[in-house]
Ligand binder design. Structure first.
Ligand SMILES: [Mn+2]
Length: 176
């Protein structure tokens, strides 16, 4: 809410001062040349996860994970920012031998909210994320999301994609 979308130079300095040496971006960074050069100059590294269309010059990151990169072999190009981050998490789980069903499904409600709210086409994997995640939302698996749904005055039993994308709370509800 303070720095807006993307990587901001002031927050990067703050991260460095707090002892951070590796940043993982979500939903941004593939075209943030200046900021990623600054990360290097500040002595930190960055792994970019993004789904925005990259420009010709790519930033000097440790790694760039983005299905829109021309050489990316990933078969589904419509992942939302959260979907790309989820894929990195799955790769880490696999490397650590933690890729069991429970862990794979654990954050599906958050992946669904992020996918639906990012307004990507709900086809292929996105449709699967939305479908499983909405079911988790209805089953009240996540305390934080439950509270958000309650404050928004939404009916959790009939929650759908429109509730997630277009719902605006009334001013008196927002103050709660
Ligand atoms: Mn996005």
């Amino acid at each position: 809410m303070i720095d807006g979308y993307g990587l901001s130079l002031s927050s990067l300095e703050q991260l460095r001062d707090n002892g951070t040496n590796l940043i993982i971006s979500v939903d941004c960074g593939v075209n943030a040349l200046e900021e990623i050069k600054a990360i290097r100059d500040l002595g930190m590294e960055i792994i970019i996860t993004d789904h925005h269309n990259p420009k010709d010059e790519l930033p000097p990151a440790l790694a760039i994970i983005n299905p829109k990169l021309p050489e990316c072999p990933y078969p589904f190009g419509h992942l939302a920012g959260v979907g790309v981050a989820f894929k990195l998490l799955m790769a880490i789980y696999r490397r650590l031998g933690l890729d069991d069903t429970e862990n794979v499904l654990k954050y599906m409600d958050l992946v669904a909210v992020g996918t639906i709210a990012d307004i990507v086409p709900l086809i292929g994997e996105n449709r699967i994320f939305a479908s499983i995640g909405l079911q988790h939302l209805i089953e009240k698996k996540n305390l934080g999301l439950n509270a958000l749904i309650q404050i928004c005055g939404l009916n959790q039993k009939t929650l759908d994609t429109t509730d997630i994308v277009f719902w605006h709370c009334a001013p008196d509800q927002c103050r709660r």
